[in-house]
Design a protein around this ligand. Sequence first.
Ligand SMILES: [Zn+2]
Length: 587
Amino acid sequence: MAEAGSFADRVKQQADIVRVVGEYVRLKKSGQNFTGLCPFHAEKSPSFAVHPTKQIYHCFGCQVGGDVFKFVMEMEKCAFPEAIRIVAEKCGIAVPSPRERSPEERRENQQRTLILEMHRAAQTFFIKQLESTAEGRVARAYLEDRGLDKQVIEQFGIGYVPSGGDALLRLLRPKYKNDQLLVDSGLISRDQSGRLFDRFRRRITFPIANEGGKIVAFGCRALGDDQPKYLNSPETPIYSKSNVLYHLDRAKDALRRQDFAILVEGYMDAIAVARAGISNVVASCGTALAEPQIKLLGRFTKRVIVNYDPDSAGQTATERSIALLLEQDFEVKVLALPPVGDKKADPDLFIREKGADAYLKLLKESPPYVDYLIARARQMDLATGEGKLRAVNFLLPYVQKIPNRLLRSEWATRIAQQLRIDEPVLRAQLSKAATERRSELKAQPELLGRVTKPVERRLIRMLADAEDFKTELALRLQQERLYGGMEAERIIAALISANLAQPTLATSEVAGTLDDRDRRLLFEVLFAEEDPATWEEAESCVAALQRRQVERAVADVQRDIEAQPAGANLRALLERKQELMRRLAAH
Ligand SMILES: [Zn+2]
């Protein structure tokens, strides 16, 4: 919660939630609100709403909601202080310098800054090598032969590292005299005798940027038949392979816009696909897709078309990726490219030989992952019982991961047909697997506040919205304790104290103090299109509550009377009841 007068509070006052959310979600004005497709769950018609005056968002589909900071925390998967910083930057608000760091943090920070700087210097150097040296000319000819012209080379920052083995070292050493730092950067290696040398030599260089577009590593391809064909940066203080997706920094907008990603294996593939005009492509840079990479991608889209190499390593990687993606609730399709001539085709080769349109056509027809897997299973030897069993065991783990029962059942029928397996036997297997899985199933979303009585909903509305009289209403409700025992008691209590606080608190602040269920109910009411309330209506609500309070008191007295029909204070109880009945009649 942003404390009054704090930097967070200032940012919140100045930030426009519609603008901030609008950078992630395409919003359209709809009545008093702005609506769009929810970025937190897959949907086809918009149930995500932003309230411009209350500065809150709410999804009627998946029930998420909160203020501008909460939104950024969820989208960027970051902590509160980071969210403040991001919102401040988006809104052009100057951020005060961060708190003093510990010496250790400062040292690490400084090291990272220097290594980033070295990567920038290396990038400039590699580009120049490709442009203006004799060796670079050979590399350029090779690239042209692969269909990479000057424009693409520039666009993707492709460079060349010469064969000498110390060219980069000679460039970096005068400025970065610390040998250990040079080695830590991953650009320079050290042999057993302690001698330093360039990690890369005689290779085409592809800069690998982090999500923010800063170069954190290089992928290098051998020019001739040197082995290994691909050599990449090692893990360094600024680079962790499993946390970076190649081309994500340039793909972000397209990913959000198109709401799906094409996942390829290497940078050459990513470049080929991006060149074909399909910019929502990322590469895992290595055969194994890692969980942090999937989570990173999940911030932009939950739909993926996997297009890995058709060799056996690529197939294994495809299957592993499918499993991981399903675990993270992705919708997965698989594009398995047909051979070109007698050659197995990766995206790079396919687009070069067959053209972008042919690729795009196949991309659009990509089957859901289960079809791909069935096709894979059919390649197994299905003539024998053992072969069939192997095929079923291959498929079962994936089918189990389908959350929807109906869909699972459909797949069971298809698998049985395609593999010519006795369907009841297959179903028995599946339901056994399903039982074992049941414990993992997520809890059903709670029943929401739709049952809440109209009078409570109107009270919430008035306490949040009715600028003319909400404080007076809060006071009345508070003095007579009229809201006790209501379903929305906690929400109403929170709104009352916000209205009576000095200075009064915004509704979004109130939401921050509520638990999930209450917050959802509050937001549902606030986003509903309803007529503005009048003081007359407020008074009649108060009257209804007073009446309810008296009715309850009568019920209490009645219970006491019936509990002790001959009790000493029967007379007093009866008198009290009469008095209450009179009050009821007067209402
Ligand atoms: Zn949603």
